[in-house]
Write a new protein. Structure first.
Ligand code: PHE
Length: 376
């Protein structure tokens, strides 16, 4: 048999039938609305295979057109009908699945594990609230600081041991930022970087950018090359600065006293002991009466104390003092006009005292068995 006599009508209707068969073969695999839509596009869409065949209608002799038009409509309806049938089928399957789902009303779902604020963060926030109430603004500064702000403007001599590699993390400048020029580039503290060793550079930044009265606290992370049970290379400080006309050391002591009272409760004394920091004169360490044994302080004999205050009755908190005139000058303030004081102490230390945690490292190791004990 030769198909030489096959007319365009025969050919087209055969191909229509083939398309319908292809559709029916593909239909059971359509498992959702997207699958059905895909089939519709493939056969009946603008570029669909059946649509393409319909475009051949113009090529068949007019007397055959009617029959072919009918065949085309039948195939189109069969496809549309098939799609609809499958849609109903899928819907009823879904409904059945839904109905047969068994709900176990006795099932107790696992509770989502609630996170908690880290004890250091909770302590920092508590300190911020206390100082805000006393009228201080809370400011932040960069961890990678220029040496100039971390040391020079705070009156550290060029040979001060804190500037030693043993004490400080020096940071290489970004590639390309190094000074270029003939021979060895001159060392420039404004272009050399360190991980800040204290939060004091925030004081420098504030004095350079604000006119007094200045009343700020700067809490934040600082870095030193220390590592033992009570020292970590990364720890947190909070530093206070008050600058105005006529500020005195009595204001400092009253502020520290007010802070200790707000944080640890009433009845604890504060004392200042002479000490040296390059950026204050006079400088003092400040201690508070031990909040655990509340043993009588200085001058009263004998003082049993407790382990935490090493039987002295006092706990060292931090450093403080009147801002050195050289610091004012280097920060653009006239020391003949303004006076001020600063203090700084460890937030981690406060957290240890607040929660009775003996080892600083417990806070930083990220061990949930430890941290879960502080549901803040
Ligand atoms: N910046 C000092 C330190 O980190 C603490 C301090 C702050 C001392 C302010 C005096 C005045 O050790």
């Amino acid at each position: 048999m030769s198909d030489a006599k096959q007319t365009p009508e025969d050919d087209t209707s055969e191909r229509l039938r083939a398309e319908l068969e292809a559709f029916e073969a593909a239909l059971p695999a359509a498992a959702d609305e997207a699958g059905l839509y895909e089939l519709q596009v493939r056969f009946l869409g603008k570029k669909g295979s059946v649509t393409a065949l319909r475009k051949r209608m113009g090529k068949v002799p007019p007397e055959q057109r009617k029959a072919l038009g009918k065949a085309f409509n039948e195939v189109k309806q069969a496809i549309e009908g098939g799609l609809e049938r499958r849609r109903v089928e899928l819907e009823s399957q879904a409904r059945e699945r839904e109905l047969s789902r068994r709900v176990d009303l006795g099932f107790v779902p696992e509770r989502a594990r609630a996170g908690a604020v880290h004890p250091i963060t909770a302590t920092r926030r508590a300190l911020e609230v206390i100082f805000r109430r006393m009228g201080f603004d809370v400011l932040d500064g960069p961890h990678v600081e220029v040496e100039d702000y971390n040391f020079d403007r705070l009156n550290f001599e060029p040979e001060h041991p804190a500037r030693d590699m043993q004490d400080t993390f020096f940071v290489d400048p970004p590639a390309g930022a190094a000074a270029s020029g003939a021979g060895a580039a001159a060392w420039d503290p404004a272009k050399s970087f360190v991980l800040r060793t204290h939060t004091s550079p925030v004081q420098v930044r504030t004095m350079l950018s604000h006119r007094p009265p200045i009343r700020i606290v700067a809490p934040g992370t600082v870095f030193r090359r220390d590592d033992d049970p009570t020292h970590s290379p990364m720890f947190n400080q909070i530093e206070g600065l008050y600058v105005d006309r006529g500020v005195t050391m009595a204001d400092l002591k009253a502020t520290l006293y007010g802070f200790v009272r707000a944080f640890f409760g009433p009845g604890l004394m504060v004392r200042l002991r002479p000490s040296f920091f390059p950026f204050v004169e006079p400088g003092a360490e400040f201690d508070m009466q031990c909040p655990f044994c509340r043993a009588p302080g200085e001058g009263e004999q004998p003082n049993a104390g407790c382990g935490l205050c090493k039987h002295t009755g006092w706990i060292e908190l931090g450093g403080s003092g009147m801002v050195h005139p050289a610091v004012f000058e280097r920060c653009g303030l006239d020391p003949e006009v303004y006076t001020g004081w600063a203090f700084g102490f460890g937030i981690d230390r406060m957290a240890m005292l607040r929660y009775g945690v003996p080892n600083l490292k417990h806070f930083f190791e990220g061990d949930l068995r430890v941290l879960e004990q502080f549901p803040c």
